[in-house]
Design a protein around this ligand. Structure first.
Ligand SMILES: NC(=O)c1ccc[n+]([C@@H]2O[C@H](COP(=O)([O-])OP(=O)(O)OC[C@H]3O[C@@H](n4cnc5c(N)ncnc54)[C@H](OP(=O)(O)O)[C@@H]3O)[C@@H](O)[C@H]2O)c1
Length: 269
């Protein structure tokens, strides 16, 4: 099926991560030009650089820095022209869960700064690029999490940063059309996905059992599952009339297992 993405210029933030790398590859397969960002190491891009030398560039970006984000869009515009699609995917999660009483202000502010303020900055310069280089269509895809919908005990910093993506989407879908009349803003909420971010939890058998009890399909997602939803939303041919929508990619997840049988039994006694 022709997605119409060939020749489009896409920025994928956090392209060096588990989901970002697969999303980058999927856009390149569709014939798009991709500017991918990383923060620590460009090593994950070795294969992509070899396979798509003319369609891919990568840049080191800390999305908490406005200068970095401004430079990202300047460099991307110079190399491949107008950015047609932004996949705001970069994010962090603390590996260790903490109750709110034990969570430091520093941790809270760091998570909000990377996940929320960083997404704000990337969206801001994406829109500025749309204002400078006008065209009919554009697509912003925010990456949230099922944690933003169901909540996530011991990770209130992360779940709060992700639930804010909904408000951002609902506001920006009504702003983007002033810059690109057929512009669209949507949100993808992945559930548990096997990547470096979730590896520790998903290699813990008890934790995995707990997670799978809430998922009718009884499996976690692959990065390819998430990339599929993002490609769909980015495509004006497939999703040209879809804006302000959330696609949850989580195998039908119902929510959270809050207590084990043992904990319930000891509560009743
Ligand atoms: N995996 C899951 O189960 C899951 C579930 C729900 C939602 N998500 C969301 O999906 C997105 C991708 O997650 P993932 O699982 O692919 O995680 P990941 O493998 O840890 O990748 C995270 C990416 O974000 C980049 N990054 C981190 N801090 C940054 C900063 N300050 N500025 C710019 N980039 C930064 C990382 O760059 P470096 O690696 O170079 O540092 C990396 O490319 C995240 O927004 C995450 O919250 C993931």
């Amino acid at each position: 099926m022709d997605t119409g993405l060939s020749g489009k210029h896409v920025i994928v933030t956090g392209a060096s991560g588990g989901i970002g790398l697969e999303v980058t590859r999927a856009f390149l397969v569709e014939g798009a030009k991709v500017t991918g960002t990383y923060k620590r190491s460009a090593k994950p891009f070795d294969d992509i650089k070899r396979d798509w030398p003319d369609h891919f560039i990568h840049l080191k970006v800390d999305q908490t820095s406005e200068d970095d984000v401004r430079d990202l869009f300047d460099a991307a515009n110079r190399k491949f022209g107008r950015v047609d699609v932004l996949v705001a995917n970069a994010g962090i999660a603390n590996h260790e869960g903490r109750s709110i009483q034990e969570m430091s202000l520093e941790q809270w502010e760091r998570t909000i700064r990377v996940n929320l303020t960083g997404t704000f900055l990337c969206s801001k310069y994406f829109f500025a690029n749309l204002e400078r280089l006008s065209d009919e269509t554009a697509s912003l895809i925010l990456v949230g999490s099922t944690a933003g919908f169901f909540g996530e005990a011991w990770y209130v910093d992360y779940s709060t940063s992700k639930s804010a993506m909904h408000g951002m989407m609902m506001s920006l879908k009504n702003e983007i059309v002033h810059l690109a009349p057929r512009g669209r803003v949507n949100l993808v909420n992945p559930g548990w996905t096997m990547t470096p971010m979730a590896e520790e939890a998903l290699t813990d058998k008890d934790m995995t059992r707990r997670i799978l009890q809430t998922i009718p399909m009884r499996k976690t997602a692959t990065p390819e599952d998430i990339a599929g939803a993002i490609i769909y939303l980015a495509s004006d041919k497939l999703a040209g009339h879809v804006s302000g929508q959330t696609i949850t990619v989580a195998g039908g997840m119902e929510g959270r297992v809050l207590f084990s049988q043992h904990e319930i039994d000891s509560f009743e006694n």
